[in-house]
Ligand binder design. Structure first.
Ligand code: CLF
Ligand code: SF4
Length: 293
């Protein structure tokens, strides 16, 4: 059934570069304020940005909330089409550095009433923060959920650090799925527009992805983003073969019959600035000296 969505939320979603292909005119700024993480994904090397929303192998330097506000002011003055402030790590936005994430949002909100706040997370801590994030005015949230079966999810995480315990295998998978799903449901109940990123892992979840997408559709998620995993040297999955562009294309076409698919993800860095086609973080102020690709 169709839920009521306010005109303001429709406008924010239409002007969000990641939520629809028509958003290519609009720019986003990622503010790298959250370096720590509470899980270890098998495709991640922590000295780099969180690959759930990032190009692998890049390192963003961390800002304090005050520095993040200053960067926002500088960029906003130069980019009139800037509509979205995104927080995408470089670790997890809801891990140890959540207080800095919250402060950053508060500071920018004080300065700019209109900007759209977007956040991405692995979902582990989402049930604890979902309502607070909605109250803070975060209208768009991405959860990376690459499986909805604990046995499959459990193969994706080396470990999950949760409420004082360290979990592996099926237990880790079960905790992740249950928190990702209940977190998403809480966000959806609070009127947040949700996106799910699905990382395609050959031999692990590629045949399971339509089921993940169907689950998202049934919950009321707005869009799913089926991504390629790019192997990073030093990660547990460094030798896992990549799924080809053709295979990703086929999966997206198949899943497009279930619900709306994102086809234009750029796997941006945690300090990306600009439209998705044109990252200008370097030109603007040399914010991202290690930019590549
Ligand atoms: Fe950033 Fe992510 Fe928000 Fe977009 S990115 S926090 S939803 S504003 Fe976008 Fe970049 Fe793909 Fe992410 S293209 S990696 S989907
Ligand atoms: Fe790495 Fe996973 Fe943590 Fe992202 S959520 S920083 S991919 S371990």
């Amino acid at each position: 059934e169709d839920k009521y969505i306010s005109d303001d939320m429709v406008k924010k979603t239409m002007e969000h570069p990641c939520y629809n292909c028509a958003g290519h005119k609009y720019a986003r700024i990622h503010l790298p304020v959250a370096p720590s993480c509470n899980v270890q994904c098998n495709y991640c090397v922590r000295k780099f940005d969180c690959p759930n929303e990032s190009r692998p192998g890049v390192t963003s330097s961390i800002l304090t909330p005050e520095e993040a506000l200053e960067r926002y002011k500088t960029v906003k003055a130069k980019l009139p089409n800037l509509t979205v402030v995104g927080i995408a790590g470089p670790g997890d936005s809801l891990a140890e550095n959540y207080p800095q994430v919250k402060r950053t949002i508060e500071l920018i909100r004080e300065y700019d009433r209109d900007v759209t706040f977007c956040l991405s997370t692995n979902g582990l801590m989402l049930p604890f923060y979902a309502n607070e994030l909605a109250d803070l005015g975060v209208t768009h949230i991405t959860v990376t959920m690459s499986a909805v079966d604990p046995k499959i999810s459990g193969k994706i995480y080396k470990y999950v650090s949760y409420m004082g315990g360290i979990y592996e295998g099926d237990a880790a998978g079960a905790i992740m799925i249950s928190n990702q799903m209940s977190g998403l449901r809480m966000l959806l109940a609070a009127g947040v527009i949700c996106k799910v990123n699905i990382v395609t892992l050959k031999g692990i979840n590629e045949h399971h992805i339509p089921e993940v997408v169907q689950t998202c559709k049934d919950m009321g998620v707005y869009i799913t983003n089926i991504m390629q995993m790019v192997p990073v040297k030093g990660s547990a999955f460094e030798n896992l073969p990549m799924v080809s562009n053709l295979e990703i294309g086929k999966l997206r076409t198949e899943c497009g019959t279930i619900m709306k698919q994102m086809l234009h993800c750029r796997q941006c860095r945690a300090d990306a600035i600009g439209t998705l086609d044109n990252d200008i973080s370097v030109d603007l102020a040399g914010f991202a000296p290690e930019e590549k690709g």
